[in-house]
Ligand binder design. Structure first.
Ligand code: SR1
Ligand code: MG
Length: 399
């Protein structure tokens, strides 16, 4: 029988004392539940000095932001912990460290990152971390290369696909990214002022064909072990440091999905900045976001290419020129997935604070329209955008 029970603060403290790996576990005395995401309980565990020392995270058997009417697999805690453990092997500087996990209780204990801040909040507040975009590119190159067919033996790769089968979490992405925004659905969430813009999504046959192709790629291209939800709210930053967290959507999928999600969230910030800083003051912060996108992709592509030259084990995949041909395909996928992230975060269930926290209604609606327009364009013209530089030129074209 399942041992699962939902933790309260006392349970979380006792669990951290047992599994936190501290020399003196009785120092851990209190906990605060700080989860502000869509899905889980997150406890900070404090010592006698009131210093946060460790994190205990537990999956709930339903979608937290919706309620018990939307049940959700507890196996996502195993998938999250195992994805992060695997990513930590390949990018320890940029992945949160998992200290312990228990699949029955759907709970994990992880390092405390209280000296870091969530990147999304920092981007909204216009606090700049000069190394973050390159560090994210490095994280993505290391984790995605080392879990791909370029590096793994074919037997290992197939075992990895089996280990990370994640149908319920993938279904959320399949629905929220590729279905809901293009049909009338009760989960959709957008202001009435945008009704015409959203109706136009449903009527755009060319767009819907391109979205169908993206969804098919998401279904069927088992290229590498993805983070699966690598938006700026799943990333902690500090001076010179970046750490990915929250990998419960991890599965073996198309590399361009992780890249596109990451770039898409920088672009959502780009769209929202005028609502926080005013149009004139947003200009330089927006230029910085475009540079971030360029640095992220160029770092990823250079590092992946270098790893391919140095470490590809498969004789066919090591054919000169193949890695760069593959990266061109990854880029095209990434631009399309980036566009779908812009649209689903504007009209679907789950939004981003970069735009949602803009107080002025007209300004917020303008920013949402901008994200939708950009998203549509990127999805449709992805095959005609060949580099980060061309991408930036296209973004500028759309305001
Ligand atoms: C029901 S979950 C909604 C969204 O939150 C997560 O962070 C993922 O981005 C998911 O799409
Ligand atoms: Mg998450």
């Amino acid at each position: 029988m399942s041992q699962y029970r939902t933790f309260n603060a006392d349970d979380a403290v006792a669990y951290a004392q047992q599994f936190g790996g501290l020399d003196n576990p009785s120092e851990l005395v209190s906990a605060q539940e700080v989860g502000d995401g869509n899905l889980n309980l997150v406890f900070k565990i404090f010592d006698t000095q009131g210093v946060s020392r460790i994190i205990v995270k537990q999956a709930l058997p339903y979608v937290r932001c919706v309620g018990e009417s939307w049940p959700l697999t507890l196996d996502r805690a195993r998938l999250e912990a195992q994805t992060l453990v695997e990513h930590f092997k390949h990018s320890p500087q940029h992945t949160v460290q998992i200290l312990h996990f228990d699949p029955e209780l759907a709970v994990m204990v992880m390092e405390d990152l209280s000296d870091h801040r969530i990147w999304r909040g920092e981007l909204i507040a216009n606090r700049y971390y000069p190394q973050a975009a390159r560090q994210l590119g490095e994280y993505l190159a290391q984790t995605l290369f080392h879990t791909s067919d370029f590096y793994l033996h074919p037997h290992q790769k197939k075992a990895q696909v089996a280990q990370f089968i994640n149908p319920e979490m993938c279904e959320i992405t399949e629905d929220l990214f590729f279905n809901d925004p293009y049909q009338i659905h009760e989960r959709n969430n957008y202001p009435a002022a945008l009704e015409a813009d959203v109706a136009a999504l449903r009527d755009d046959a060319q767009l819907k064909l391109a979205v169908a192709s993206l969804k098919h790629t998401f279904f069927s291209h088992a290229e590498a072990l993805l983070h699966g939800d690598i938006h700026s709210g799943s990333i902690f930053v500090a001076d010179g440091s970046l750490k990915a967290i929250d990998a419960e959507f991890g599965y073996v999928g198309p590399i361009g999905f992780d890249i596109g999600t990451a770039i898409g969230n920088l672009l959502l910030n780009y769209c929202g900045l005028p609502g926080h800083l005013g149009i004139r003051d947003a200009a330089s912060a927006r230029e910085q976001r475009l540079t971030d996108i360029q640095e992220l992709w160029n770092t990823f592509a250079e590092r992946f290419q270098a790893l391919a030259v140095e470490k590809t084990r498969d004789s066919a995949l090591s054919t000169p020129g193949y890695a760069s041909q593959f990266l061109q395909k990854v880029w095209t996928d990434a631009v399309g997935f980036c566009g779908s992230e812009l649209i689903r975060r504007s009209v679907g269930l789950s939004h981003v604070a970069d735009i949602d926290t803009i107080r002025d209604d007209d300004m917020r609606h303008d920013c949402l329209r901008h994200a939708i327009t950009l998203g549509k364009a990127l999805i449709v013209i992805a095959p005609r955008i060949h580099s980060a530089e061309e991408f930036i030129a296209r973004v500028r074209q759309y305001g």
